[in-house]
Design a protein around this ligand. Sequence first.
Ligand SMILES: *Cc1c(COP(=O)(O)O)cnc(C)c1O
Length: 386
Amino acid sequence: MSACCGQAERGRWVPEESMPSPALLPSVSVMGHCRRRGSQLLLGQECHLQVYEQGGVAQLAGVLANPLPDLPHGTLDLAELQRVLARGHGSPYHPVCELVCLENTHCSSGGRVLPIDYLRQGTVLRLRWHMTAQVPHTQSWSPHQAPDSRPCDSSGGHTQEPPGDLSSLGLAPLTSACPAFQVHLLARTYGARIHLDGARLMNAAVALRVPPAHIVEHCDSVSFCFSKGLGAPGGALVGGPKDFIEEAWRFRKALGGGMRQSGVLAAAALVGLAGAEEALLQDHKNAQRFAKGLQELASPVCSVDPATVETNMVLVRVNGLAPTELCQRLQVVSADEVAQIGRAVHVLVFPWTEQSVRAVWHRDISTQDTDLALRKWALVLRQLES
Ligand SMILES: *Cc1c(COP(=O)(O)O)cnc(C)c1O
């Protein structure tokens, strides 16, 4: 597992800790970084850690989560991030921001992958990062000093002029195309760390066609689940610098997560990792196949944009009936339907928002299953439309 998280990468990623349940990941990761009570965690307002963890970072870590707007790719609004980071920096009044949490792939946006552009700037990032760390904040250095450091200008021309205070910090122009790169630089500038909620890190890596190490090298720590697309019954991992892992180990123990039986979970994790790349790639292809198939049905009840399907999730917009109702109809099987399709097909999808349902692929859903699911959708949609 170390190899997949990049143990070999510049020696930063040596330590890691296993968790019996992914549920311990967020609290332990945040507690490992935010050592003072009342410190601030910046994260997306729809990210898993903010929405689905009972406010565990407040309950357990005494940390103030400050949710920021999510942009469509699952990235953060950089101008807002910079504003909040700058406001707390060195101020005796504001909460001190110690951590920024990113999610990759980003679940609430439908499994979107944080854009690759910043990854291509890896060397440049390190160069700029050192320079940023060495110059006092008041002293400026412009992107012209490192001409190759203009991020993302090969990526489609999103580059804009920097807002005034950003350029005075020596930050490159903000671009919507390279947010994680920019997030890292911003966080460093203001003394915060980056944690990557990489529950689906492997999906992101497969979608970007890079080793997972190329993603996590831009973060200070990462958490990862074996129980999502990899299909293990449980198990999760946290990786990061040694001091972080030592703290995380203590918190895990305090929260009741210490195990003498972790070998059993590790064995399942190894099974999950075996052939993971091909399996996840197949999931992504199946999700894409489904999205296109559903789009071709051209139903007024359901719509989907295959261009937004980047990994193993499909968000389907539902018009004219409650998502829960659609989910129920997809799940039950009528005798009539068995006659039409030739077998009983139960499709399990999740009511996601007030106007959407979410379908997710994993290694137990084959291409044949995907086609059967499409036939079932077609049938249910025809019934709904009539
Ligand atoms: C599943 C998941 C986790 C861990 O969730 P638990 O429900 O606590 O096991 C963390 N982050 C993301 C993005 C996830 O999808």
